[in-house]
Design a protein around this ligand. Sequence first.
Ligand SMILES: [Zn+2]
Length: 314
Amino acid sequence: MSLLDWFANRRKAEPTNQAQPERDISDGLWTKCDACGVMTYTKDLRANQMVCLECGHHMRVFSEERIEQLMDADTWIPLNEQVSPIDPLEFRDRKAYSDRIRDTQAKTGLTDSIQTGIGQIDGEPAAVAVMDFRFMGGSMGSVVGEKLTRLIEKATAERLPVLVFCASGGARMQEGMLSLMQMAKISGALERHRDAKLLYIPVLTHPTTGGVTASFAMLGDLIVAEPKAMIAFAGRRVIEQTLREKLPDDFQTAEYLVQHGFVDLIVPRTQMKATLAQLIRLHQLPSAKVSASTGAASLNGAGATRDTASSSAS
Ligand SMILES: [Zn+2]
């Protein structure tokens, strides 16, 4: 067989080799793990919150799924769903920004890259925001800034803890300086929330980078991350070129950042709901004691949860 024949045969053979697994994946019946390559029945994988049953790899989940995993059934009240991006700079890269927004909205059913709302986590009320990487890489533009700020201000007024699930490529370049301003705006709202002695926990999921890392992702009272999440400000190559130094392989992972004090806690997704609920309860204990004489109901709530906390910790 000549070399040309061999290439011709190979080209012919390729489609039949590849068609089978691809069709399976697009069926959605089976999902292949990006880390270990094992195919898992999608229904089982969903039941395990898209964490590989074989190797524990955390696959990407989007905002609706995240909300469903976290919030108690029928407690989620979405807020400010009508807030939608505009194109103040009439920005155009390969495509006009206004077209990009319209297309992405049609494709994802989302208005922008964040969903915010109020609901309960294991019975604990909380203000929650979930970023969605599908929408232009979870980029932070004016809508993310506005919806987060409104959520935090509402949480401050109603004395609720704030949880923000971060997943972002950074600031949205199509909005230029307007997107950078959101970092200060959100940080300001968080500062007033902190002044009111309320709890804020950012949960860093894969990937959390750029302007999000440089603002609200790092301002938590406790900073939680999912295992192996990439957490970065600038990219590895930029830093290596600036420092003229080779960086360790696990640099910019959640595990590396825990060791170096940037992240407090790595929580597997399957334990996320219980852990966040426990943290909220722990934070409430002192104030419940203070208000013991005035509010018996809140003390009862805290007392019951103290038992739960100690039993699940053992
Ligand atoms: Zn796996």
